[in-house]
Design a binder for this molecule. Structure first.
Ligand SMILES: Cc1ncc(COP(=O)(O)O)c(C=O)c1O
Length: 434
């Protein structure tokens, strides 16, 4: 019998075609074309199982928490279960998982709590490559508390962080926190988070990581990163509109959060203000289960006496799935990048294939504003987002603040055929044939 890790390699992850069957939205037609969703970085489509889990909660178990009747107890159990699932998703413990409305609200909440410890001699480092949800809450705090903000530069030519500048920003006096993105939602760059966290800790600062764009593409590992906080949003990985925060246990227990006196003061609930979005939390867990369920186990090879040794944990299944999705994403990205890159008048931004990145690209078409490109693509059934995606500083640094960028993001349901359709359509738009 082969060792366990070989068994994982033998495991198969379902094909893109099989994945597609799970998403009712993919049946949609627009102007006679099957819809190709390239708007995943703005929000991914949702599989049937996630919607069913949410409907089942609302139909069968709907109640408020902590009471002595069955639906309330079932709600407590559902929320606890969801914390366990999301803990596996980021490699943490259930009591380190906090739910909230979205990443932005959670970041404001944590920043306000952390800010109570900070004052005019302190500094926070943010980066130019980040979504403003990981910049502006810290800037607002700085205004209120007299804290200094240092913004570490990006390199416009490569769409990557300037690591020397990050080092310079962190090593100056009084740095108390680094706010950094794991991946850029505008140009797809993946940052070496473990390295950035180590640099922050070296400077005796905390590290707050925005993994919203990273989480659909690579498996978050808070232990490998050793970060103090991570935030992500389930609607970017096939779940509903719910935010998820990981925080190191000691921090979640000690943060000076604003809370109602009768509300629980134990972590993680003390971070969750008011009644939560129970059905959304159930849906977030179902999204993780959906991803973990993309592994096809080869049951027939399993000796029933050794079944326990063969059963993959949820985390192991997620690792297998994400490895396969990463390989597929790289192939799609390369096809997209090569295809778009050779269209005269199309300019691509961000790191090329091969560099650490997600399958999300940003581009402009000469003489056609990004809004217009998006409108024309939609006429061909291709849904893509445009603008600055709240990565406003990135758009500015790329010189695209006025006209914006067009963003194409591949997701687990994207096919080569869809990539070819988008390339063909962009060629027609660039050549003025649309
Ligand atoms: C990288 C990144 N960070 C943060 C956010 C904000 O997330 P939310 O909408 O959950 O507040 C987004 C949303 O697009 C994002 O892409």
């Amino acid at each position: 019998m082969p060792p366990l890790n070989e068994r994982f390699q033998e495991s198969r992850v379902v094909s893109a075609d099989e994945v597609r069957g799970a998403f009712p939205a993919l049946e949609r037609q627009h102007e006679g074309f099957p819809v190709a969703y390239f708007d995943g970085p703005g929000g991914t489509q949702v599989p049937r199982t996630v919607v069913e889990a949410m409907a089942n909660y609302l139909f069968q178990h709907n109640a408020n928490t902590h009471w002595a009747f069955p639906t309330s107890a079932e709600t407590d159990a559902a929320l606890h279960g969801a914390r366990r699932v999301l803990a596996d998703f980021v490699n943490a413990s259930p009591d380190e998982i906090v739910f909230g409305a979205n990443m932005t609200s959670l970041t404001f909440r944590v920043s306000r709590a952390l800010g109570r410890r900070l004052g005019p001699s302190d500094a926070i480092v943010v980066t130019e490559l980040d979504h403003h949800a990981n910049i502006d809450p810290w800037r607002a705090l700085a205004r209120d508390r007299g804290i200094t903000i240092r913004q570490s530069r990006m390199i416009p030519e490569t769409g990557q962080l300037d690591w020397d500048d990050l080092d310079r920003c962190l090593s100056q006096h009084g740095t108390k926190l680094l706010a950094i993105g794991a991946a850029s939602n505008a140009v797809g760059t993946i940052n070496d988070v473990a390295r950035a966290v180590a640099m922050a800790h070296e400077a005796e600062a905390l590290a707050f990581v925005d993994a919203v764009h990273f989480a659909p593409h690579q498996l978050v590992d808070v232990q490998a990163w050793d970060c103090d906080f991570v935030v992500c949003s389930a609607y970017k990985f096939h779940g509903p509109h719910v935010g998820v925060l990981y925080g190191k246990r000691a921090l979640l227990r000690s943060l000076e959060v604003t809370k109602l006196r009768p509300a629980p003061d134990t972590a993680p609930e003390r971070l969750e203000a008011g009644t939560q979005n129970h059905e959304g939390i159930v849906g977030a867990a179902a999204a993780v289960e959906f991803l973990a369920g993309l592994v096809k186990e080869e049951q027939e090879c399993v000796d029933p006496n050794e079944l326990d040794a063969w059963i993959m944990t949820r985390r192991q299944r997620l690792a297998t799935v994400f490895q396969a999705l990463h390989t597929r994403g790289c192939a799609l990205l390369e096809r997209l990048w090569e295809g778009c890159g050779c269209i005269p008048g199309v300019r691509l931004f961000g790191p090329p294939p091969g560099a650490p990145r997600t399958p999300t690209i940003a581009l402009v078409v000469a003489n056609v504003p990004a809004t217009e490109v998006a409108i024309r693509l939609a006429r061909r059934g291709i849904f893509a987002s445009h603008g600055d995606f709240y990565a406003q500083t990135v758009a500015e640094r790329l010189g695209q603040a006025r006209d914006g960028l067009l963003r194409l993001g591949c997701a687990c349901y994207t096919t080569e055929n869809e990539v070819d359709r988008v390339v063909e359509s962009l060629r027609a738009i660039a050549q003025g044939h649309e």
